[in-house]
Design a protein around this ligand. Structure first.
Ligand code: OAD
Length: 247
């Protein structure tokens, strides 16, 4: 493992443009359960029943009660862990340009990263289906479920549901920076949900190195990954930070 950490540190130091793609795994050490695997969200509830836009539109009360209220509570209590903090330190030391995250928890910004593409949107905001006005999630009145905007319209999280498109600007910019980077750090994603999972392929095709940090192998590991750092994001990032000697 030490050799792989050293190899990754060298890749980071020699790269002119490094970006990261992150997924639910990076927030596991902050107490947010992942979507897949043992003890995961999709183990407990069926995503097609609770996380598809058609399910939300058909029965918003069910989706708020079965998914969104709990999700909001978990996210509001979560704080960045060493995985998030390590990526923030990389940016502070000009060793990381941008993070593309599939997470909606806002923890990368909380940790200090300034350029974060929220590929699947953000749970920090809700918007009204009628007047489209945005409202901070912390200001939503949950005494009535589903919650409503002051205009009486239904509120929905500013996240991407299954069955919805990725916001055009996020998709366009993610593809662009993936094709331009020299190094992509892929942290805590199962890499099974498209189009996010295509970004490491774009990077690789354009000559970048790909480093994966994950306790489990993924569909990328054998095909795309140059350096697989097996382990929890927080622990591996701590090793990387000390190999780089940054503060
Ligand atoms: P998943 O839940 O699919 O995968 C989590 C990944 O994190 C797995 O590969 C785990 O092995 C890994 N993991 C677990 N603990 C970890 C730790 N401590 N450190 C590092 N890695 C760890 O999450 P995503 O790949 O983010 O989309 O899922 C992608 C999308 O599927 C989500 O954004 C969400 C979901 O359906 C939507 O809701 C649209």
């Amino acid at each position: 493992m030490n050799k792989l950490i050293k190899k990754t540190a060298d890749l980071i130091l020699s790269s002119k443009k490094t970006i990261a793609l992150t997924g639910a795994g990076i927030s596991v050490e902050s107490g947010i359960p992942p979507f897949r695997g043992k003890g995961s969200l999709w183990d407990k509830i069926d995503p097609m029943e609770y996380a598809h836009i058609n399910s939300f539109l058909k029965d918003p009360e069910k989706v708020w009660k079965g998914l969104l209220i709990e999700m909001g509570e978990i996210i509001s209590q979560a704080e960045p862990n060493d995985g998030h903090k390590g990526l923030a330190l990389l940016e502070k030391n000009q060793l990381l340009d941008t993070i593309i995250t599939q997470n909606v928890d806002g923890l990368h910004q909380f940790a200090g990263n300034s350029d974060v593409i929220e590929f699947h949107g953000s749970f920090a905001w809700q918007r009204c289906l009628e007047c489209h006005k945005p409202l901070e999630t912390t200001k939503v009145d949950l005494s009535k479920i589903p919650p409503e905007c002051e205009c009486g319209g239904l509120l929905r999280p500013d996240c991407v549901f299954f069955g919805e498109m990725i916001p055009e600007d996020s998709l366009w910019r993610s593809r662009k920076i993936s094709s331009e980077c020299d190094l992509m750090l892929v942290v805590g994603t199962s890499a099974v949900v498209q189009p996010a999972s295509i970004m490491p392929e774009i990077a690789k095709r354009n000559g970048a190195s790909v480093v994966e940090i994950n306790p489990e192998e993924t569909p990328l590991t054998d095909r795309i990954t140059d350096c697989f750092l097996k382990g929890d994001a927080g622990k591996v990032m701590n090793q990387l930070v000390s190999a780089l000697g940054i503060k």
